[in-house]
Design a protein around this ligand. Structure first.
Ligand SMILES: [Zn+2]
Length: 125
């Protein structure tokens, strides 16, 4: 387990992660990889080319399928910087918010201001 992953709760290895499925038994994807996103990106690129302009990269944000399943076991994915970390849910959480609440050290930075948690809790263990 490298240093990056040690900051996350119960991370799955990359090999198992590559088998992750979404709730519809399709490969679990980052929003960038959704067929609609790929289509939108393609159209934007074509439009830009037609106008003789440079390449455009649509920012879909960091989101994607959740929860995901590896061999029928439930995991939550934290999508970040275009990638993700897949973390095992031992508590059958109803949503990713509940999962984050069980593992305070992995709260996404975007949730911190609203939660007003003390600074020391934001540090990974
Ligand atoms: Zn594995």
């Amino acid at each position: 387990m490298d240093e990056f992953f040690s900051h996350y709760a119960n991370p799955v290895c990359r090999k198992c992660d590559s088998r992750a499925l979404n709730e519809h038994d399709k490969r679990a994807l980052h929003v960038n990889m959704y067929a609609e996103s790929i289509e939108m990106q393609k159209e934007a690129t074509e439009e830009s080319r037609a106008k003789g302009e440079g390449p455009v990269l649509i920012d879909f944000g960091d989101d994607g399928d959740n929860p995901v399943f590896v061999g029928g076991i439930k995991y939550w994915r934290r999508y970040r910087f275009g990638g993700w970390v897949t973390m095992r849910d031992f508590d059958d959480c109803k949503d990713i918010g509940e999962f984050y609440d069980k593992y305070p050290m992995i709260w996404p930075l975007t949730r911190l201001p609203a939660l007003k948690r003390p600074a020391e809790l934001r540090q990974p263990r």
